[in-house]
Design a protein around this ligand. Structure first.
Ligand SMILES: [Zn+2]
Ligand SMILES: [Zn+2]
Length: 341
């Protein structure tokens, strides 16, 4: 019997903790001891609204138990992730059988139902049970505090950029990042790895912008003129940021929309937009067939990203972590529940 301590979001910013005995591991699933669970900007929406499940969706941990059927195969991938496997958690619970999953485009699963940390229990806990196929084993030479950045911060950034670059017949020369939170900084790091020569950034928050400039981006000073960037990456979800990306893009360029908010994404109704070729590219997560390439990116830029972003805290510090996160004091608090290795 495993005793678990987990965070609950009651709504209106209230976080409580619960300690329970866990049910046996379900067929096809494994139990992870959570070593690292990073806070994400999108968690703030759950914090305000409340969550019926344990939140936390940027999870790294170690497998401590597997369901019996998972070890005996059965197509669940359990044989890949035996006890002791160090892994990060792929949050879309993909079916593994549809036409998209068969091509490893698991983020496009046609039967996509739950996301871990959103519709089923996530990682702000000591332990979490996840489908075995959602555990991505981490190479031995990559620490879990770096590997966890392979999810939203680098995985999603790299996938979005790959999609945006695929629209461009010529190698993009100028890229703008609008919004310099953790994902924006991930986009800057990946764009550097991809060899984009001129990377610009803007953010109304001076501290966030300063971190982007320390990472090697240049400050975008002209936020009005048309025809400036081959790729404009919108990473905040704010109306103003979306308008800015649409304003400064080159004809034929790509606006990559990674930001999320509750506001609808609108196209401008002005003559200039009507008379411009432009791609609008949207993604929320990466497919599993990009994981190997992403480890290469992470080996190179992961440690410095971690040093720039991460602020380690204990699970019991979660309420303070969200306060410091919301205030912009810490860019990406990491909840470390075990000895991160
Ligand atoms: Zn996230
Ligand atoms: Zn599928």
């Amino acid at each position: 019997m495993t005793t678990n301590t987990m965070a609950r979001f009651a709504g209106n910013g209230v976080i409580t903790f619960e300690t329970n005995d866990m049910e046996p591991v379900r067929p096809g699933e494994v139990r992870l001891r959570v070593e690292v669970c990073a806070l994400c900007g999108s968690d703030k929406r759950l914090l305000a609204a409340g969550s019926r499940v344990v939140p936390g969706h940027e999870i790294a941990g170690v497998v401590v138990e597997t369901a019996r059927d998972a070890m005996s195969g059965g197509g669940t991938g359990g044989d890949r992730v035996g006890v002791g496997t160090r892994g990060i958690v792929y949050i879309p619970v993909f079916c593994g059988r549809c036409a998209q999953c068969e091509r490893s485009r698991t983020n496009r699963c046609l039967q996509l139902g739950e996301l871990i940390g959103w519709q089923r229990d996530g990682g702000f806990a000591a332990y979490v049970d996840v489908p075995a196929r959602c555990v991505i084993p981490v190479p031995d030479d990559i620490g879990l505090d770096v590997a966890v950045l392979g999810l939203d911060t680098v995985g999603t950034a790299a996938h979005g950029l790959r999609m945006a670059l695929a629209t461009q017949p010529d190698a993009p020369q100028r890229l703008l990042v609008v919004g310099c939170g953790p994902l924006g900084l991930g986009v800057i790091a990946v764009a550097q790895e991809f060899g984009i020569p001129e990377i610009y950034a803007t953010d109304p928050n001076p501290a966030r912008l300063a971190t982007a400039l320390e990472s090697g981006a240049k400050e975008a000073t002209d936020l009005h003129s048309h025809n400036q960037y081959d790729v404009a990456v919108e990473v905040s979800g704010a109306d103003r940021a979306r308008e800015l990306a649409q304003q400064v893009i080159m004809p034929g360029g790509a606006v990559l929309v990674l930001g999320e908010s509750n506001e609808p994404y609108t196209m401008p109704a002005n003559p200039r937009w009507r008379r411009t070729d432009c791609f609008t590219v949207r993604s929320f997560y990466f497919p599993l067939d990009e994981v190997e390439q992403n480890w290469k990116v992470l080996r190179h830029c992961g440690p410095s990203l971690r040093d720039r972003l991460a602020h380690p805290l204990a699970l019991s510090d979660l309420p303070e972590a969200f306060e410091s996160f919301a205030a912009g004091v810490h860019l990406k608090p990491f909840i470390i529940t075990g000895a991160a290795s």
